[in-house]
Structure formats: structure tokens, C-alpha cells
Design a protein around this ligand. Sequence first.
Ligand code: DC
Length: 231
Amino acid sequence: MSDFFQIAIDGPVAAGKGTVSRLLAQKLGFLYVDTGAMYRVAALLAIRNGVDFSEEDKVVALLEKSKLEMRNPLPPKETDGRLTTVILDGEDVSWAIRTQKCSEGSSKVAVLKKLRKVLVKKQQEIATKQNVVMEGRDITFRVLPDANLKIFLTASIEARVARRHTQYLIKGTNTSIEEVTKEIKERDLRDSNRTNDPLQVVPEAWLVDTSKLEIDEVVDLIAKRVDELRD
Ligand code: DC
């Protein structure tokens, strides 16, 4: 067991993991770690360097020679709606990694075994240094299997599509509900069917369905459980 308190959150795309984790971390004074951002950075590097998402060694090499920094957004410049600030080789790529192309690419590079190994190690290192709320697809069973609290955050497909669609609209991306549904279903399939660490619900995980709850209700619910566990 680590010296620090670890909250591990897994769940499918657009279940609200990012927003919930960010607010929860803020409320508790923990570090929020968005592990999906790391897979997105790997996809961005592949796109920018003309490397195919399936070229494992090349994608890993690109990542290993880059400097990646992640931090809570610094006011005032970085408080523009982002949940986390991602700096790649000195460049702020917090929004560049959120395009549809990067979303799709991230779920493709996420099947690469060597890449997962490198990223899991980085994530485990972060969690040995401070209290964390870490979210992703393999946190409860691979990255932090001894976490103090394990949560599987989910929501109905309708709620997830509606949320992602609104996020795209806010960003000015004009995408239809049908396109977003297709994208989410494709990513679900890839996340759940990959050979290496597919998304799964561990028996001890607390299943939280966010379909009918406001974000603040979810955050309060989890914070209450954390208080009980720390008492
Ligand atoms: O949470 P997200 O949409 O930003 O994640 C991007 C992709 O990365 C997603 O398709 C699945 C993958 N991922 C993963 O395989 N393992 C993680 N711990 C986090 C994300």
C-alpha cells in the first residue's frame, strides 16, 4: 500500500470521468491525473511525424524522446475550460490532443503493448509522490491495483452521446448525434476488446452511474466515501 491516498477511476468514454475527477481532486486537494491525455499525446506525436498508429516501436520511440509535463491549469491563461494542462516539448497541446483525429488515434495506439507498459510505469511513478485522483481505462486493475478507493464510473449510451455532442458544440465542431454515437460505439468496442488490458469492472469496484446525477452530486457522493475511508 502506498504512503499516499489513491483514488482510481475507470469507465467508458464520455461517462464524466474527467470532470468528476478534476472537481473531486480540487475538493480534496489531490492531484488529478488524466491518463487518457498521455495516450492522446502518443497519437498526436504519431500524426505529426507521419507514423502509422500501428507502428509500435516508432510510436514508443517518439514518446520516449519527448518531454511530457502535466499539471493543473494555471490561471488566468490556462483557465479556458480545459481540465488539465499538457505540455509537450515546451508546447501547450492541451487542446491539440482533443481533436476527433487524436481521439480516434488514441484508442488505436492504446492497443500497443509496449506503449502501455511505458505509460503505466509513468503513471505509477506519479502516484508514489502525492495523493491522486487518477482516471483512465486500466487504473483500478493495472496501474493502481492497491488503490484506497476503486470506482467504475459509467452512464447510459444516450447520456454519454449527449455529453460528448455538447462538448463538441462548445468547441465549435459541428458533428451530428449519429456521428458522435458511431464514434463512441467504435471507441467502446476498441477499449473493451483489445487484447492488452481491456476495460473491465473489477469485483471490488464501486459502480457509479452518472446518467441521472448532476456532476456535483457525483463529486459529493465520492468525497463523502473518501472522508469515511480516511477517518
Ligand atoms: O479518456 P480519453 O478519451 O482521453 O482516452 C483516450 C484513449 O486512451 C481511449 O480511447 C482509451 C485510451 N486509454 C487507455 O487505454 N488507458 C487509459 N488508462 C486511458 C486511456
